[in-house]
Design a protein around this ligand. Structure first.
Ligand code: GDP
Length: 300
């Protein structure tokens, strides 16, 4: 089923515990919160984040003044919703933009196969379609995976976005610098750099990523993580943040059969928001809006 279906069903069950009640009391909330905790852990949410969330819901819900015409059940659901949106960090996380006339630089980093190259093109398309359309240059900095550059070039063609590439034999720091020169010359306002995938967190490649970040004065360093890896995605975001300092995460493959643990844990564990989600091509915009305010929903 759809991601969060089970969680939503469980939450509905919890809310029903308040049916007919006039107020939310410490004792009436206790059983419900135990159920909430079980539902969240079932969804593969990190334990620490679960406890924080349950405590927050408890302190907000207990003794809450009931609004006329709103049932205790509805009020509890509202508190839960607010806290879930909050821990996903979706609402308060716009992309940084430069204001000094130079192009905004967005680096995409992450392990191999997480969907970095796909996300780079989706993000480019998203920015092109914004109310104030951006002129985006894609920079092919993944010089290690043989097909990555061709893949980016072909995606670029499909969405009509220029791709800057120097092939595989060049240092990615040099590629990034040259890409930025091209961006200034071509009056692009946004540069998205696709970097080399890592099999594991590896010091050499981490140093390279840091060098690209420094050389490009990146405004955003987004770690691309795979929702299917659950809590592992949140742990990875923490590790990358400690090593290179990320500004947020892109959560991909949300259309897959995930329990939602990654979506719910990334911000709570790493303190970095999910800035975009990749949901393949299947999910409708409306459905996606339930998950996050900002998203990559581009179809190629
Ligand atoms: P990279 O190695 O990190 O650059 O990963 P790619 O962008 O090449 O993606 C790896 C695979 O995951 C490809 O087969 C993509 O089509 C697929 N993929 C990427 N994003 C998504 C997504 O949001 N949903 C699904 N279902 N597949 C995705």
């Amino acid at each position: 089923g759809m991601m969060f279906d089970t969680l939503a069903e469980n939450m509905a069950g919890v809310a029903n515990l308040f049916t007919g009640q006039k107020t939310i009391t410490e004792s009436s909330v206790e059983g419900a919160l135990n159920e909430v905790k079980r539902a969240l852990l079932d969804a593969d949410l990190n334990l620490m984040v679960t406890n924080t969330l349950v405590d927050a819901v408890k302190s907000k819900a207990v003794g809450m003044k009931l609004v006329d015409g709103v049932t205790a059940k509805q009020q509890f659901v509202n508190v839960m919703n607010d806290e879930l949106v909050e821990i996903m960090g979706a609402e308060q996380a716009p992309l940084a933009r430069r204001t000094d006339g130079k192009p905004t630089v967005i680096l995409l980093a992450g392990l191999q196969g997480t969907g970095k190259t796909t996300a780079a093109a989706k993000l480019a398309k998203y920015l092109q379609q914004e109310e104030e359309p951006k002129k985006v240059l894609l920079v092919a900095g993944d010089v290690y995976r043989p097909a990555a550059i061709d893949q980016l070039i072909s995606l670029g063609k499909r969405i009509d976005v220029e791709v800057f590439s120097m092939g595989q034999g060049v240092d990615p720091v040099e590629i990034t610098k040259a890409g930025l020169e091209r961006a200034v010359e071509g009056e692009f306002d946004t540069v998205i750099v696709d970097t080399a995938g890592r099999q594991v967190v590896d010091d050499t490649l981490m140093t390279e990523l840091k060098d690209i970040q420094v050389a490009s004065e990146a405004d955003e360093v987004l770690l691309v993580v795979d929702a299917m890896t659950g809590q592992e995605a949140a742990t990875l975001a923490s590790v990358f943040n400690e090593k290179i300092g990320i500004t947020g995460a892109v959560l991909t493959k949300m259309d897959g059969d995930t329990r939602g643990g990654a979506a719910l844990s990334v911000q709570g564990v790493s303190q970095k928001p999910i800035k975009f989600v990749g949901i393949g091509e299947k999910m409708s915009e409306e459905e996606a809006a339930k998950l996050a305010k900002k998203m990559i929903n581009a179809e190629f």
